[in-house]
Design a protein around this ligand. Structure first.
Ligand SMILES: [Zn+2]
Length: 433
């Protein structure tokens, strides 16, 4: 049992800021009671004094790649890339091939620690480690569990190294669905339509149907993907996925920068999610879709650039303004909130609100608002004021995983070991061409 004393709850969507302070009682991973002066009734519970602090639901990163966490500042011989596919070939498809069990675990640990420090309580991950496919998701799960982070994991199936490897990836996705628990769930991962044959798409469809999970895939990130699809199949990429029966309310479609009107309608009709990764799109120079206001379900991801959702949402807002996309701060806050709806689809529980029976994934912020903080201007505070430095305590599934800006264990050795693993990883990558 956990007890948060005298906090001021804030909900993101619809935006709501409580006028007064309340106490929150948590048991069995859920909020069981909210009210005034609950302390006398529950004085034996572990107590966090949150006087003067606000509490929000945890933030969700809806598309990430923890396997890339040790690529930061990479020193290796990497040929300059002039287009998106060359970026994949020269960097990412060599880095992922160099990953082994130990480096993937370290990569996952660093990714998880940095997520929690930024107030991110759940990460929807998309893993690629072609030299270590079988068992890779269990290894990643270990890094999530060791930090206490919530996640939905999958393996990125691709025919870029042949269909045999793709089949192993499908199997890894299917077997990992049996590993689900209160903290970690599974989706069915695939790289992108342009690296998937018809036969492997058929297998992925079987996996989605048999496991009751959704597909998690990059679509139309760069214009190469729709061009490839039109040239080889005479269809838009989402139309091709829809023809296989892969779009449903659990589908997680990353990027979608170059979706057509027809693609957007198919995705909206299916109830699936589009995950916007604005910093990655800018970094790779793949363009700006400008179609976000036409999509029903938009969430936000980082595509491997950390898990700081406040940074990501600020970029999403500023880039949107720069492009004349007509997105308000409130729209961006709704996008951020929608990650919780994906969690609800997969975990079958209530996420994303401070209310009775909702999952207790919460962030306590030490944010001094210099102006009134109310529901109507909450999104403005998120975009123009709050930052990850205000994250003080993080609770996931009812457990305190980060308290007063500290983990409950020493992270120093983890960072030192990760740095050693990173150097070894970069050397292995240098030998891969
Ligand atoms: Zn991605």
């Amino acid at each position: 049992m956990l007890f948060i004393k005298k906090c001021r709850p804030v909900n993101l969507s619809p935006p709501e800021v409580f006028d007064d302070t309340v106490d929150i009682l948590i048991e069995g991973g859920k909020i069981i009671k909210i009210g005034k002066n609950l302390s006398e009734e529950h004085d034996k519970a572990e107590t966090i004094d949150a006087q003067g602090k606000i509490v929000t639901p945890g933030l969700v990163c809806s598309h990430n790649h923890f396997y890339s966490a040790l690529a930061r500042g990479i020193i290796a011989s990497i040929k300059p890339a002039t287009d998106f596919v060359s970026i994949l070939r020269n960097l990412w498809w060599r880095l992922d091939r160099a990953l082994d069990e130990q480096s993937l675990y370290h990569s996952g640990l660093i990714g998880a620690l940095e997520a929690v420090k930024a107030g991110t309580t759940a990460v929807i991950d998309h893993n690629a480690s072609p030299s270590f496919i079988r068992g890779s998701l269990k290894t990643l799960k270990r890094s999530f569990k060791d930090v206490g982070l919530r996640g939905i994991l999958c393996y990125e199936v691709s025919c870029r190294n042949g269909e045999e490897e793709a089949e192993e990836g499908v199997q890894e996705n299917i077997s990992f669905t049996k590993e689900r628990d209160n903290l970690v769930e599974a989706s069915i991962g695939a790289h992108a339509p342009f690296t998937l044959t018809e036969r492997i798409l058929e297998m992925l469809t079987g996996a989605v149907k048999d496991t009751g999970r959704g597909i998690h895939i990059h679509v139309a990130e760069d214009s190469y993907d729709p061009s490839y699809s039109h040239h080889n199949y005479g269809k838009d990429p989402l139309e091709r996925l829809e023809d296989f029966g892969l779009l449903n309310e659990k589908a997680i479609i990353a990027h979608g920068v170059h979706l057509t009107e027809k693609d957007i309608k198919l995705l909206n009709d299916s109830g699936g999610f589009l995950v916007h990764n604005v910093r990655s799109n800018m970094n790779n120079g793949v363009g700006y879709g400008g179609n976000l206001h036409e999509l029903k379900n938009v969430a936000i991801g980082t595509d491997g650039i950390g898990s700081n959702m406040l940074e990501e949402m600020k970029f999403a807002f500023f880039k949107g303004n720069d492009q004349g996309a007509g997105l308000s701060p409130g729209n961006i806050l709704d996008f951020l909130h929608n990650g919780n709806r994906i969690l609800s689809e997969y975990f079958g529980e209530k996420f994303g609100r401070i209310g009775k029976d909702y999952k207790a994934d919460l962030v306590i912020w030490d944010y001094d608002a210099p102006t009134p903080l109310v529901g109507d201007n909450l999104a403005g505070h998120f975009i123009f004021g709050m930052s990850s430095r205000d994250v003080e305590t993080v609770i996931i599934d009812g457990a305190v995983v980060y308290k007063d800006r500290n983990f409950l264990f020493d992270t120093g050795p983890i960072y030192r070991e990760a740095s050693v693993a990173a150097e070894a990883l970069w050397k292995r990558m240098d030998r891969i061409h």
